[in-house]
Unconditional design. Structure first.
Length: 232
């Protein structure tokens, strides 16, 4: 929503026999990730549980600005993305098939690198809507389209397929564009901007907003794509 990160609150459930070494490693992970944005763990709760359950709430400061929500996109806006797309999905596909490389893709699945700084940057540039791509670009831009009551047209030729992903796609016999459009665990950002805004290199224009509904790719309405937690 364009806020500067300030802290996280962690809810942790774990078995009574959980090792202290494992817990130390978990705490170190929280610290290292928070250090990337100058935040810290500011509170939370722990409880006994048969399984390890972790719930994190992230807090941020808007500095008096209005939050950038999903509902502000308007026809004529451009659609842009920041961060990696498809890397984690490719890494998961490789691991599922018993592969171990390209290492860049496997590592992307195991430890994503969200473009934290690009959220506040987009807000300062005048983004009209924004969200993180956690369930796949098609799925998440569908949320923007629904909330804003607009249509989104994506341009496949705008996406660059990196060499490691091309290699993995040949190995597994798949179209890498499927990973880019439907893979969400990279936690990239997608936002819409007035077409007059000059975007910095961290952002790549991949489409535009139109009157209508849903998300279109090559003239086709994409009603499925990405992860839906409640899909039958």
């Amino acid at each position: 929503m364009g806020a500067n990160p300030t802290g996280i609150v962690v809810g942790l459930g774990m078995p009574a026999d959980a090792t202290t070494g494992w817990l130390d490693d978990l705490a170190d992970g929280f610290r290292d990730e928070c250090d990337l944005v100058g935040a810290s763990v500011v509170g939370g709760d722990t409880t006994r549980c048969d399984l390890v359950v972790i719930g994190v709430t992230a807090l941020g400061d808007l500095g008096g600005r209005a939050p950038v929500t999903r509902s502000g996109a308007r026809p004529g806006d451009v659609v842009a993305v920041a961060g990696r797309l498809g890397h984690a999905a490719a890494g998961l596909a490789l691991l599922t098939e018993g592969g171990s490389g390209p290492a860049e893709l496997v590592d992307a699945h195991r430890r994503p690198e969200p473009p934290y700084a690009c959220g506040p940057q987009a807000a300062a540039l005048g983004a009209t809507s924004m969200l993180d791509v956690s369930d796949g670009l098609l799925q998440d831009l569908g949320h923007v389209a629904t909330a804003s009551r607009v249509g989104v047209v994506l341009l496949p030729e705008s996406f660059t397929v990196p060499v490691p992903m091309e290699k993995a796609a040949r190995l597994l016999g798949v179209d890498p564009l499927e990973w880019i459009l439907s893979g969400g665990d990279d936690h990239a950002l997608a936002a819409t901007f007035p077409e007059t805004v000059r975007l910095p290199p961290e952002w790549t224009v991949v489409g535009h907003v139109v009157s209508g509904e849903g998300v279109q790719v090559r003239g086709r309405s994409m009603t499925r794509g990405g992860w839906d937690h409640f899909r039958q």
